[in-house]
Design a protein around this ligand. Structure first.
Ligand SMILES: O=C(O)C/C=C/C(=O)C(=O)O
Length: 262
């Protein structure tokens, strides 16, 4: 690690304030060009520590930048991982206040819920499918705290991968009998399709994103516990939204989920 504990705590406070008070900041790598991957995840962990100390609860995990569409959109080439806390969760059909956000975008996601723990290294698609209780549709709302939504990988990891809200809905279905690679995904904004894709856009198979998360945690001596909800990453590029927009996600065989921005 290149940063000391005091700097990690200061950067975590800075990024969390930007999230909670909805203001943009410059990429933290501008002032700390030498920070490394461990520093980035340590800042992310410190933000979570602050939230847990305030009484928030972790309700899930996420993989991000797992599809070519997203990697191309953001100019990066590696998946990233983060956590989701209770107040990020919005009920299906519920409203999201744009006044609490900076420059939100929506992403269509295939969501996994595990029934058995998954631990890397060596976790693979087969192990993920065997450990999956069900999959369902989810809309993730991301809101990078960085100016103009521009970042590098270390900055975005520290910012908990731009996480801010998510909406789950549709039908929970077991993976047996589903080919997650060919599941069609249609994201609509105000009744018009704005992004269309299929599950294979996520690392060739969305379960590969969950395996990558298990391997990432395994390298740190951690695992994905049984009963964990995980967003596997945007299938398509993210779509900007503003107050007044309604968003609906349809996933083949899994139904639909929606939200409205006010
Ligand atoms: O694009 C970002 O701001 C980083 C987060 C990405 C995702 O959440 C994703 O690709 O699903």
């Amino acid at each position: 690690m290149k940063l000391n504990q005091q700097t990690i705590e200061q950067l975590a406070e800075h990024l969390e304030n930007a999230e909670l008070q909805a203001f943009e900041v410059v990429k933290i790598t501008e002032a700390h060009p030498d920070m490394d991957w461990d520093d980035a995840y340590a800042i992310q962990a410190e933000i979570l520590r602050r939230k847990l100390a305030r009484g928030n609860r972790v309700v899930g995990l996420k993989a991000g930048l797992t599809s070519r569409g997203k990697m191309k959109q953001m100019g990066v080439d590696t998946p990233v991982f983060g956590w989701l806390v209770d107040y990020f969760s919005v009920p299906d059909g519920g409203e999201i206040k744009t006044s609490e956000l900076i420059h939100p975008k929506v992403e269509p996601e295939i969501v996994f819920v595990t029934k058995r723990a998954l631990k890397g290294p060596g976790c693979h698609i087969g192990a993920v499918l065997a450990a999956t209780d069900f999959v369902m549709p989810g809309i993730e709302i991301i809101d990078s705290r960085y100016k103009d939504f521009k970042f590098d990988l270390k900055s975005v990891i520290a910012d908990n991968c731009s996480s801010t809200r998510f909406v789950l809905g549709g039908q929970a279905a077991p993976v047996a009998g589903l080919d997650l690679r060919t599941l069609g995904v249609v994201l609509e904004k105000n009744g018009e399709p704005v992004a269309v894709g299929a599950g294979a856009a996520v690392l060739g198979h969305p379960a590969a994103a969950i395996a990558a998360l298990a391997n990432h945690l395994g390298a740190r001596g951690e695992e994905i516990p049984a009963g964990t909800m995980i967003l596997s990453g945007g299938v398509t590029e993210a779509v900007s939204v503003q107050a007044g927009d309604s968003v609906n996600l349809r996933i083949q065989s899994l139904g639909s989920v929606s939200t409205r921005f006010i």
